[in-house]
Design a binder for this molecule. Structure first.
Ligand code: NAP
Length: 480
């Protein structure tokens, strides 16, 4: 049901050309809802990515010396084309990834917003003049693009994870080589097709499709021509890429896993908290890095919250993301289904109660679950669930809520509900997280800095801070 069939691409995109792998190998892209084959794409290897890096390096001097205003205009045009094709891009996204169509529509708008935002920021890369430290000297600080940037992204937001990096990189004047997730390269390729239509010069943005991530990752992280690595994905792979990048001391941005607490204090608006928890927990079938992973509720309002929340969970409709009215689609693949099932099984064996839903998936579809009587000894307390499962923990003091919230190696998003202004400040400052939603379950926007602390990564995406990840500071001292 795509109007513009040209958006479905079956080749990689290198040097402005639609390209096969040198080896001629391809692999299939399947719809996770029913395993139907959508198309196939090149299965590229080290040789292919090396070539893409050399092309990006060749184009860097031209792209980075172009007037910021001209780069800005191309990005703005690209943003408009993404929005003009919102419906088609959403259908493509649901086909390759499974999320409900309304969420895909939202992601296209969200993803495109980063291209718009950074088309504006491109013109605002200011330097400084620093008051001199000695007579006759002048100090000037300028910012320059880092250079060729290697980008590796996950499957859960097939478009937005790419635009959040590509927007600031291109705005800053960097050229890029992207390896999208092997399951979801089609949104990335469609976006590249529109970037080309917007007038992006050949070789500035290159997409290498492959199902041998480690081979591509190794080349991107060790090739001397690559000056920056920007990665979103698991903490395990992030650590590995960081280690590999050490050999050439690349600048790095990492957006890694999360283990978000969602805390409901006794003075919270329980209805609002239950509503917020639904949005925060079940978006993308629970497969987001900022999803509520642990819902912590004060003893006094525990039963009331569980009741209201459960009522709402029961109303969520499960099905193929392309069907209307669906709230929860399939999980991305069989191993994801297995992982979620095991975490729930572990909790049930340790005494948790399943009050809504079922741990018996139909294919890759789960009925959303609510678990009570959970505790911090269960595996799901410390691991990312990445599925439609909501464990509700109990606490009885602010101190305990904060301690439980911070009892994790992760530090990405956190949320809490309270009406007490003193408590709000204290808790917000005590949470060891990069982001805090206060009386809000959804926090992502292009205007605010997104990112984590601890083992959730480093660097920020979006906002006025996001472009700094792609810039180096140069200080010039001028004598008399
Ligand atoms: P993943 O396994 O780390 O994969 C992410 C990307 O890394 C994919 O492109 C993958 O390629 C690639 N990759 C895998 N092994 C690699 C290797 N050895 N060398 C180089 N690249 C490699 O993560 P995932 O399970 O797909 O994604 C979910 C994770 O992403 C969760 O932990 C989630 O929290 C995190 N996430 C974080 C954010 C954030 O902003 N902090 C946003 C979204 C998701 P293949 O697809 O080919 O395996």
């Amino acid at each position: 049901s795509m109007k513009n069939k040209d958006l479905l691409r079956s080749k990689a995109f290198v040097d402005g050309k639609w390209t096969d792998a040198h080896s001629g190998k391809t692999y299939d892209i399947k719809n996770p809802a029913d395993d139907s084959v959508i198309t196939s794409v090149p299965d590229m290897d080290e040789e292919d990515v090396k070539e893409a890096i050399e092309i990006a390096d060749r184009e860097f001097p031209k792209w980075s010396s172009m007037l910021a205003k001209d780069r800005s205009e191309i990005l703005d045009k690209w943003y408009r084309l993404l929005m003009d094709n919102q419906e088609d891009l959403a259908v493509l996204m649901t086909m390759e990834m499974g999320k409900p169509l309304k969420e895909s529509m939202g992601e296209v708008a969200y993803g495109a917003s980063f291209i718009q935002w950074f088309s504006e920021e491109a013109k605002r890369v200011y330097g400084d003049v620093v008051p001199n430290h000695a007579q006759g000297k002048r100090i000037v600080v300028i910012k320059q693009p880092v250079g060729v940037t290697g980008i590796i992204t996950p499957w859960n937001f097939p478009l937005a994870m790419i635009t959040r990096k590509v927007g600031p990189a291109l705005a800053a004047g960097c050229t890029v080589v992207i390896k999208p997730a092997q399951d979801t390269p089609l949104s990335a390729l469609a976006a590249a097709y529109l970037a080309q239509k917007a007038g992006l010069p050949p070789g500035v943005l290159n997409i290498v499709t492959s199902n041998s991530a480690s081979e591509i990752g190794k080349e991107l992280t060790t090739n001397k021509l690559v000056k920056k690595i920007s990665f979103t994905g698991s903490t395990k792979v992030g650590k590995m890429l960081m280690e590999q990048s050490a050999s050439t001391v690349k600048k790095i941005s990492l957006e890694l896993g999360g283990n978000a607490p969602f805390v409901v204090f006794e003075d919270a608006d329980i209805e609002a908290a239950a509503e917020g928890a639904i949005a925060c927990k079940f978006r993308n079938a629970g497969q987001t890095c900022v999803c509520a992973n642990r819902i912590l509720v004060h003893d006094k309002v525990y039963d009331q919250f569980v009741e209201k929340f459960s009522e709402k969970v029961k109303k969520l409709k499960v099905g193929n993301g392309l069907d209307s009215g669906v709230d929860i689609g399939p999980l991305i693949n069989d191993s994801a289904v297995e992982k979620v099932s095991e975490l729930v099984e572990d909790a049930l064996q340790k005494g948790a109660k399943l009050v809504v839903g079922s741990n018996k998936p139909e294919g890759r579809f789960f009925d959303p679950m609510v678990l009570t009587d959970v505790n911090d000894e269960m595996e799901m307390f410390s691991k990312e669930i990445f599925g439609p499962v909501a464990p509700v923990y109990r606490f009885s003091s602010d101190e305990e809520a904060i301690e439980l919230s911070n009892k994790t190696k992760f530090g990405l998003a956190s949320y809490f509900y309270s009406r007490d202004i003193g408590r709000i400040w204290k808790v917000a400052e005590s949470l060891q997280y990069g982001m805090v939603g206060i009386n809000e379950g959804l926090i992502s926007t292009e205007v605010a800095p997104f990112g984590g602390v601890k083992e959730s990564g480093m660097g920020r995406e979006g906002s006025k801070y996001g472009i700094d990840e792609y810039l180096n500071i140069k200080y010039m001292l001028m004598g008399g």
